[in-house]
Design a protein around this ligand. Structure first.
Ligand SMILES: Nc1ncnc2c1ncn2[C@@H]1O[C@H](COP(=O)(O)OP(=O)(O)OP(=O)(O)O)[C@@H](O)[C@H]1O
Length: 243
């Protein structure tokens, strides 16, 4: 692997759910090291499915997944990929499976072979880095939606992945929690790939925008130069960031 080898690649990936037409058609996508990428596309376009195929949770009908330049051909390969690329699920409930916060956040490090005390230390440090000190003994299912999202993120960051894949992270977040997420993500030295309908969020956290259409992902431009519409001082007038 060289510095220019992407962290992961999807090559010629096609997929359709049983009995339905293909939603991914010969899709190609690569995430370079250190890249910060947004993915947009209409509801039902297949963005979440693409994320799940990458992580080995759904098997493509055809095509290949490469991790650090090598084809992933076994569950062990996907285990290694999932350590390096942390997926933040669209629904925090899919991520948080234990009764308490500390158990959820320590699970990844424990599973990766850390001792119980090392895993606990990592979990406490990760929670503190997200402003969640004191949350460790909270009951997970009693947290608010925004708190669950941040604890989910802590459980992913505790694995210290090289890249984060976030699936619609701002859904149902209030303004303050969304702002917190922007500043957390901008403080991370990691590659990012973010699926979102939230233009303003993508403009503030990513550099390149890709669009999913007709089962493929294509480069749509740099975020700062992208014309778009969102709730903003510009109202609904299309504008360029930096204006
Ligand atoms: N397990 C499943 N079985 C059958 N169809 C499914 C399944 N999961 C998703 N789909 C369908 O596949 C299509 C793509 O879904 P997917 O969640 O990947 O889209 P998306 O681009 O992430 O959409 P959104 O922006 O609404 O989250 C949708 O029509 C969805 O209903």
């Amino acid at each position: 692997m060289t510095d220019s080898t992407p962290i992961f690649e999807l090559r010629g990936v096609s997929f359709g759910y049983p009995g339905r037409a293909n939603i991914l058609n010969e899709l190609d996508f690569a995430l370079p090291r250190g890249a910060r990428v947004g993915i947009i596309g209409p509801n039902g376009a297949g963005k979440t499915t693409m994320a799940h195929i990458l992580m080995g949770l759904v098997k493509p009908t055809s095509g290949r997944i490469l991790f650090r330049g090598k084809a992933v051909e076994s569950e062990d390969g996907f285990v290694a990929l999932r350590k390096a690329v942390g997926l933040l699920f669209q629904n925090a409930e899919d991520q948080l499976i234990f009764p308490t916060v500390i158990e959820d956040v320590a699970f990844g490090p424990l599973n990766a072979g850390k001792s119980a005390s090392e895993a606990k230390d990592i979990a406490l440090r990760t929670l503190a880095s997200l402003g969640l000190s004191g949350f460790e003994h909270r009951v997970t299912h009693k947290l608010s939606g925004g708190e669950k999202k941040l604890v989910s993120l802590a459980s992913v960051l505790a694995m210290d992945p090289e890249a984060l894949f976030l699936d619609e992270p701002t859904n149902a977040l209030d303004v303050d929690t969304r702002e917190r997420l922007v500043s957390i993500l901008n403080g991370l030295d990691k590659a990012l790939i973010i699926i979102s309908h939230d233009w303003d969020f993508l403009a503030r956290t990513t550099h390149d925008i890709y669009a999913m259409r007709n089962g493929r992902v294509t480069f749509d431009g740099e975020t700062h130069a992208h014309q778009h519409i969102h709730a903003h001082v510009h109202g609904t007038t299309p504008h360029t960031h930096g204006e």
